[in-house]
Design a protein around this ligand. Structure first.
Ligand code: SF4
Ligand code: SF4
Length: 137
């Protein structure tokens, strides 16, 4: 089995940086990306590591989190709605977070749900590329 820390490599190879919402953000798309990987033996010249700070003074993701799970580049996972959704049997979810969970998810049908993505939706990085997405700020 091969284990590759993709995110670490992505930071090192210049694709983006860790935003204050803790996820990878890129200049073009902000946090609204999906990662994939290709294993190859090809010799590929890596880009330089990412430099600069895309977040600057922005704190939108931290302010918008309904359960106060975020600090800059740090998440208290047991306060995150997405973690709470992993199952009602999880006993380490904060009671106030459990109470709020239904409020911050969407149920398009009786058997489906859309997780909380507020800390991604509010990010202004890449807004020009995907301006049609909803904003909860
Ligand atoms: S997914 Fe929702 S609850 Fe979790 S950190 Fe982001 S905004 Fe907060
Ligand atoms: S919302 Fe602002 S602080 Fe949060 S990741 Fe995006 S740019 Fe950074």
């Amino acid at each position: 089995m091969i284990v590759v820390n993709t995110v670490k490599r992505i930071y090192a190879r210049g694709l983006g940086m860790q935003g204050k919402n803790t996820v990878l953000i890129t200049r073009e798309y902000g946090p609204k990306i999906r990662l994939g990987a290709v294993l190859t033996s090809a010799e590929i010249e890596p880009d330089d590591p990412f430099s600069g700070d895309l977040c600057g003074d922005c704190k939108r993701c931290i302010r918008t989190c309904p359960t106060k799970a975020l600090k800059p580049r740090e998440i208290a996972i047991k306060r995150c709605v997405v973690y709470a959704l992993k199952g009602p049997e999880l006993t380490d979810v904060y009671p106030d977070v459990r109470t709020l969970t239904e409020k911050f998810i969407t149920r398009p049908t009786a058997r489906s749900l859309i997780e909380c993505t507020r800390c991604l939706d509010v990010c202004p990085i890449g807004r020009e590329t995907h301006g049609r997405l909803p904003v909860h700020a």
